[in-house]
Write a protein that binds this ligand. Structure first.
Ligand code: ATP
Ligand code: MG
Length: 332
């Protein structure tokens, strides 16, 4: 169905046009009726009827988006996010309809991620819990001796569980705004060195290099939280590095008032289409979905949250010739 006034940019102008149109129709009917010798009653009746028809035709599409939005909103409250409103008009109602559509899209996306997340987390929790339970049953039944190796395995599984739960708690506390930043000025080099010392290299031969320029570079922020960000980035870089790859942790003053920390690796990198998406909550790269490396897709979401709270910026870039470069900008 055509909406004749869709091109008009404001509701006021539309109403004006509707009035002008109706008055024109009425005037024509009154004058023409007189010429045809119609009585005044007949002219008024016909003019009113045609005026109403003119309003119907001209105003078509002015209010229907509102009705559509109302019905789509109630569908949404039942969990149905696929409905969209026709947003062809260029006035305020059209703008509202477009905003509504994009909100519906975002909600659908959030809903999808929430579902994925529950599935992911249940899976991540089930694997270590299953392994732990089997091991403990064997120990309890005396099938396996309680030697240090068995206990170390059990410990490793509990660590993994602990890490997962801590991340979940962190993220929900961060999002609830319950974690005030303890801002101070701190030196960047010792922080990077501490992260490097604590990095879980395991048996890997990855070579880690730290480079801070100028050496006494200082940044402004909550050192504990920044440590958490860098540790997350380093954890990813190590996890995605080839066995004998190199990982660089560097910091420099990119422009006045900004301290930039970079973490680079020689792994497969992140596909261009995912560079933005990896910072979303619960989002794991397509390549990581099949892997059972214990990732939950929370690390970068937490990192971005912290960096944003500092008024900084974080982004992922492709590194030449291969690998991934994570760039964090903090106020200096
Ligand atoms: N250095 C990197 N190289 C290649 N891909 C990366 C790198 N860092 C992150 N990614 C991709 O981004 C995704 C999201 O990372 P994120 O740190 O948020 O989650 P995770 O590492 O899977 O889990 P978690 O950090 O919560 O244990 C990863 O699953 C991976 O696909
Ligand atoms: Mg990670």
């Amino acid at each position: 169905m055509t909406r004749p006034l869709d091109f008009v940019r404001s509701i006021k102008a539309k109403l004006g046009l509707v009035i002008v149109g109706t008055v024109a129709v009425t005037t024509v009917v009154l004058a023409q009726g007189k010429a045809w010798g119609w009585g005044i009653e007949l002219r008024v009746i016909v003019a009113t009827a045609l005026g109403l028809v003119a309003v119907q035709l001209l105003a078509r599409g002015m209010t229907s988006p509102l009705r559509e939005m109302a019905s789509a909103a109630s569908a949404m409250s039942r969990g149905e996010y696929s409905r969209r409103v026709r947003a062809t008009s260029r006035d305020e109602v059209g703008e509202l309809a477009r905003a509504f559509n994009s909100m519906a899209g975002e909600l659908a996306e959030t809903d999808r991620m929430r579902r994925d997340f529950v599935a992911n987390v249940s899976h991540e929790l089930r694997t270590p819990i299953g392994a732990l339970q089997a091991l403990l049953e064997n120990l309890a039944d005396g099938i396996e001796p309680a030697d240090p190796r068995a206990l170390e395995t059990a410990l490793e599984q509990t660590r993994r569980l602990g890490r997962l739960v801590t991340q979940l708690l962190d993220l929900s506390r961060l999002e609830a705004g319950a974690v005030p930043l303890d801002v101070s000025e701190f030196a960047v080099r010792p922080l990077l060195e501490r992260v490097t010392r604590e990095a879980a290299l395991g048996e890997r031969l990855v070579r880690l290099k730290v480079c801070v320029e100028p050496g006494e570079l200082r940044a402004h922020g909550d050192p504990e939280r920044v440590h958490q960000v860098v540790a997350n980035l380093l954890d990813n870089a190590l996890r995605h590095s080839p066995p004998d790859g190199r990982v660089w942790l560097s910091a420099h003053a990119s422009r006045p008032g900004v301290a930039t920390i970079e973490v680079c690796d020689e792994g497969p990198g992140i596909p261009p289409a995912e560079l933005q998406r990896v910072f979303e909550r619960y989002e794991r790269g397509d390549a990581a979905l099949g892997a059972s490396d214990g990732g939950t897709g929370l690390g970068l979401a937490i990192a971005r949250w912290i960096v944003d709270a500092h008024g900084g910026a974080i982004r992922a870039e492709a590194r030449e010739p291969n690998g991934c470069r994570m760039v964090v900008e903090l106020p200096a």
